[in-house]
Design a binder for this molecule. Structure first.
Ligand code: ZN
Length: 188
């Protein structure tokens, strides 16, 4: 397991659509590096192209006490290979997102509150899950990466863009109230 450098916005690999994986054995080391890099950076998820590998692999995990996202519901370690996302509702919530590849910046993205995720895990076992609430936003963010999309592309009101310091000072308290209401309604 190796902590790899995380590419930042402007690097062209972040804008490429990732290729499907057909050889699971060939990506096992990559999966280990993604997990190690995500945990070291306190991310809630990390996609392979963020560490320079344009293949359809991403990892998601929210552990207790995550300092970047203390309000996020916990998500067990999940490895998604060749994932697809189906939006199950047109209902959205305003998610204040950040990204390890967009350092220092947060902004509001409208995300569907309920999605179906299909993928295989690192052993090839099928994953078919419905994800709701704030966690649904996390899954949409990571699978967006594999299509070459960054959260800033989905920010419709650029006045919501802010540094992490301004987020903490001005917007976090109200956002956490909204998150609690969202989790009460939808779980996740
Ligand atoms: Zn990201």
């Amino acid at each position: 397991m190796t902590v790899r450098p995380i590419l930042e916005i402007g690097h062209p690999v972040l804008r490429q659509a990732a290729e499907p994986v057909d050889d699971l054995a060939a990506v096992q080391g990559l999966v280990d590096d993604l997990i190690d890099t995500m945990r070291t950076a306190n991310g809630a998820g990390l996609a392979a192209n963020q560490i320079g590998a344009p293949v359809q692999v991403c990892v998601i995990e929210v552990r207790p006490g995550n300092p970047r996202y203390p309000y996020k519901p916990l998500i067990p370690l999940t490895v998604l290979i060749n994932p697809t996302i189906e939006l199950l509702t047109s209902e959205t919530f305003a998610n204040y997102e950040g990204c390890l590849s967009v350092p220092g910046l947060r902004g509001v993205v409208d995300r569907a509150v309920e999605v179906r995720v299909r993928a295989i895990d690192r052993t090839g076992a099928p994953i078919d899950a419905v994800v709701r609430g704030l966690s649904a936003g996390t899954f949409q963010h990571e699978t967006d990466h594999l299509n070459g999309t960054l959260f800033v592309d989905r920010v419709t009101d650029t006045h919501t863009l802010c540094t992490w310091e301004e987020f903490h000072a001005r917007y976090e308290a109200a956002f956490i109230e909204r998150v609690h209401a969202l989790v009460r309604t939808w779980g996740g």
